[in-house]
Design a protein around this ligand. Structure first.
Ligand code: LRH
Ligand code: MN
Ligand code: MN
Length: 386
């Protein structure tokens, strides 16, 4: 294969998972702006996700969030997805919305609350069994607000105990993705604040436990690509929750705030051999003021553009410059790839797959927005951010 053909093949095989909650109404604690045509049920969220996949050809799985996507029959929900050319992606657990969780969930000082949280995590694995989902995504809102509020050390013990119980319950082909976040909703300590803590727990648990990097969950200025390189080297990068941020956990469209950072991350993914199904490329974002489906299509395209640029880096020339200590040349090789307009290449890739080269325009022409605005009345809130 020519180099061009290898790049195209890699782009064609890249899958980007979209989150069910991005299709629903969301907002800040100040206001949720309702939008006409927004899904009313988990099935309708899948119907919208199917549109993103139809026009991009690159979004074949959808992450669910439990209980936001609660249904009576999960196997039937998975069937609904399959009928639309989709599969159920990661199951995201939610141990942050009940009154019981005021002092935490699996790290809570009371055993009864920890049990309740653990029961929920186990129920999420049951849903994985019913839907064929591979990944359980665990983000804990646990932490403390005031020094002395609880014992930091003991909270880690409680966390380890819960994680070990869930790990035991996983099937052979199932994985656990441990997500970290520096702060919020806890303001003093967070029980899984960084990749190091997540990694330490994963290492103890075993190979089915991996770290997930939510790009919005770091302190400003954090070198995320370094974290990605390290986790890949250790074989523990489970995936990404992609989004972008200007300030804290803003959950804006991936690649919108800092496309160069996204390129640097994707370069480390390519360099580290992470462009495989082993790494889940998921979006975790919400669309508060913009149209949702087009925003998700744009996000998928942003990831594809960063990936294309990363694949175009002349690795031989880069290695040469690095070996000879030619700092300027090494940097230039990387920037050459970043500064390439890859949109024509991606249009070509889509056309070769029988798709429209411009997914945004194709979606607009489809009339889906008008149809759903007429048919769906009373769209569902994403369940979070209100
Ligand atoms: C937490 C988080 C986590 C949740 C999602 C809705 O900030 O990133 O992944 O499940 O947002
Ligand atoms: Mn996340
Ligand atoms: Mn987040």
């Amino acid at each position: 294969m020519t180099e061009h053909a290898t790049v195209k093949a890699a782009l064609m095989s890249q899958a980007i998972e979209t989150p069910s909650w991005a299709y629903g109404n969301s907002g800040t604690r100040f206001k949720v702006f309702a939008r006409p045509g927004v899904p009313r049920t988990p099935r309708e969220k899948l119907d919208d996700a199917a549109k993103v996949h139809e026009f991009t050809g690159a979004a074949p799985t959808v992450a669910l969030h439990i209980p936001w996507d609660t249904v009576d029959d999960y196997a039937a929900l998975a069937e609904h997805a399959r009928d639309r050319g989709l599969a159920v992606g990661a199951i995201n657990a939610n141990t942050f919305q009940d009154d019981a969780y005021r002092l935490g969930s699996v790290c809570h000082p009371e055993a009864a609350v920890r049990r309740k949280a653990l029961d929920h995590l186990m129920a999420c694995v049951d849903i994985m069994d019913a839907t064929g989902s591979r990944d359980l995504k665990l983000w804990f809102a646990d932490g403390t607000n005031y020094p002395g509020q609880d014992d930091i050390h003991e909270r880690q013990d409680r966390l380890a105990e819960a994680l070990a119980a869930v790990y035991e319950r996983l099937g052979d082909d199932q994985r656990m993705l441990v997500e970290y976040k520096l702060f919020e909703p806890a303001f003093y300590t967070t029980d899984v604040p960084d990749w190091g803590t997540a990694y330490a727990h994963c290492l103890k648990l075993g190979p089915k436990a991996r770290v997930v990097v939510d790009t919005g969950h770091h302190a400003p200025g954090t070198n995320i690509e370094f974290i990605v390189a390290t986790l890949l080297r250790e074989g523990r990068l489970g995936g990404f929750d992609f989004n972008s941020r200007f300030y804290a956990d803003d959950d804006l469209m991936v690649g919108a705030a800092d496309p160069f950072q996204l390129f640097r991350i994707m370069y480390e993914v390519v360099r580290g051999g992470g462009l495989t199904a082993d790494v889940a490329f998921m979006l975790d974002q919400c669309h508060n003021i913009e149209e949702k489906i087009p925003a998700i299509i744009r996000s998928v395209m942003n990831v594809q553009e960063a990936t294309a640029k990363a694949l175009l880096v002349d690795r031989a020339a880069l290695a040469d410059a690095q070996r000879t200590g030619d700092v300027l040349e090494a940097n230039a090789v990387l920037m050459d790839a970043y500064n390439t307009d890859v949109r024509p290449l991606l249009a070509e890739v889509r056309e070769e797959q029988g798709l429209d080269g411009d997914p945004m325009a194709a979606y607009r022409r489809s009339g889906w927005a008008t149809k759903t605005a007429e048919e769906r009345v009373g769209g569902q809130q994403a369940g979070w951010g209100a």
